[in-house]
Design a protein around this ligand. Structure first.
Ligand SMILES: [Fe+2]
Ligand SMILES: [Fe+2]
Length: 274
């Protein structure tokens, strides 16, 4: 059961005057990554082939991810009527494909796979919260709120299943931390960069990873505020099973925020040189 529907959104309230041109490329890129959730569902159902309860949950999860893509794609077409969401998605699928037909997780264990999923949902829930807080455009704000709430529920879903597998597979805090941080740093790999390329670059312009990841990240990280970093910190620590006391937690959140801002500035510098 989806928690909201695209048709229920008040699309009439769309206000072109309030569209931040720096947000549009991010929404376009995010829309195709979200829609690609169906592929990821196939991969997950292979990894968890003998777990029908989880497979059912994955189907529901993928339906919601596709809806995220469709809502963001529809908004991006209002913001830029010349842009075609489905054509962009096809272009993305041609350029970026996951290895789907696997028998086991690329993370080494099912717990590891679920930790990686928790990290992805941590990233998306904080990203849409930050974007929703940053935009003044009322329809995008409303979409981001709905999506951020879904992403937080997805985090809970994968977290609960992770705990179930953890009882069997018994990964320690360090192993969990290694997998979690590994997945966080992968956000700078090809998935988002090629989504940026296929949804924003004119056809014919060659893919340049450095340029595309810098174009995406320099914009996306700009919207993060300290409270978003604090939320990310809490979700990461919960996933790896480490509960430091309040002051240490707050310190980690501050360090994370500074790291995010350093990355933002580094990517912004790359943008001035390409
Ligand atoms: Fe999503
Ligand atoms: Fe999600």
């Amino acid at each position: 059961m989806k928690h909201w529907r695209i048709e229920q959104m008040n699309w009439e309230r769309f206000d072109p005057q309030r569209v931040d041109p720096d947000i549009v490329p991010l929404v376009k890129a995010a829309s195709v990554v979200e829609r690609n959730g169906l592929d990821y569902a196939r991969y997950l159902k292979n990894v968890f082939a003998d777990d029908p309860a989880f497979q059912q949950a994955v189907d529901n999860w993928a339906d919601e991810e596709v809806q995220h893509g469709d809502a963001l794609g529809r908004w991006a077409m209002l913001a830029d009527p010349a842009w075609d969401y489905m054509a962009a998605f096809e272009r993305y699928r041609q350029s970026y494909r996951l290895e789907l037909d696997v028998a086991a997780s690329i993370r080494g264990s099912r717990t590891g796979e679920l930790i990686a999923r928790c990290m992805v949902e941590t990233g998306t829930s904080s990203f849409y919260t930050a974007l929703g807080d940053a935009t003044d455009e009322p329809v995008l704000k409303a979409i981001c709120r709905q999506i951020a709430a879904d992403e937080y529920r997805h985090f809970k879903l994968f977290y609960d299943h992770m705990n179930r597998y953890l009882r069997r597979e018994r990964l320690g805090v360090w192993q969990r931390a290694r997998i979690a941080l590994g997945r966080v740093t992968e956000s700078e790999d090809d998935e988002l960069a090629s989504a940026y390329h296929t949804t924003n670059d004119p056809v014919g312009l060659p893919y340049d990873h450095q340029r595309c990841i810098a174009a995406y990240m320099s914009r996306a990280l700009r919207f993060y505020q300290p409270r978003h970093a604090a939320r990310v910190t809490g979700m990461i620590l919960k996933t790896i099973g480490w509960t430091p006391h309040g002051r240490l937690h707050a310190l980690i959140a501050r360090v994370l925020y500074r790291l995010l801002m350093m990355r933002q500035r580094r990517f912004a510098r790359v943008m001035t040189t390409v």
